[in-house]
Ligand binder design. Structure first.
Ligand code: FES
Length: 106
């Protein structure tokens, strides 16, 4: 596991999300209520980018813009069809002004 900087905390205002590419990983960084989440940005249904979708702050989920699958940002679980496979999730640490994520070694 390698911890890398995904972006600055100021790049992801509360209630927003942002796509970040790190090596071969396409990540979605989201911030809700001051808490940061990192999940795969690629919908497990048909590979649409979840960063083009909709963040639901009260449910802590992201909805795919293409066919409206819904995923938990906390667990990656696919909550609504047509997606069935979960998203990968990545541990996040905020250090100073930086959002760091733990990625599996390539
Ligand atoms: S690509 Fe995301 S729901 Fe189909």
């Amino acid at each position: 596991v390698t911890q890398v900087r995904a972006c600055g905390i100021a790049d992801v205002p509360d209630g927003a999300m942002k796509p970040v590419e790190i090596g071969s990983h396409a990540l979605l960084i989201a911030r809700i209520g001051g808490k940061c989440f990192a999940v795969s940005d690629v919908c497990t249904h048909a590979r649409a980018r979840l960063s083009d979708g909709y963040l639901n702050e009260s449910e802590c989920t992201v909805e795919c813009s293409l066919h409206n699958a819904v995923f938990s940002l906390e667990t990656g679980e696919a909550l609504e069809f047509p997606a069935e496979e979960p998203l990968s999730t990545y541990p996040v640490t905020v250090v100073g002004d930086d959002i760091l994520v733990e990625l599996p070694d390539e």
